[in-house]
Design a binder for this molecule. Structure first.
Ligand SMILES: [Zn+2]
Length: 51
């Protein structure tokens, strides 16, 4: 199995809200299920992972 569980920190570049989520990393892509910020921003985020 090449799937890795990672902690993902997401910061919204619009309102500054931060989210900490558990994600899966597979083939260099991260999937968290996160869709949008509380301010409705869907695209403009800083994303940091622990690995
Ligand atoms: Zn936001």
């Amino acid at each position: 199995m090449s799937m890795l569980r990672v902690k993902v920190k997401i910061r919204c570049k619009h309102c500054g809200e931060k989210f900490v989520l558990k994600g899966k990393k597979e083939k260099g892509k991260i999937e968290t299920g996160f869709r949008q910020c509380i301010c409705s921003n869907e695209h403009d985020f800083e994303i940091e992972t622990d690995d």
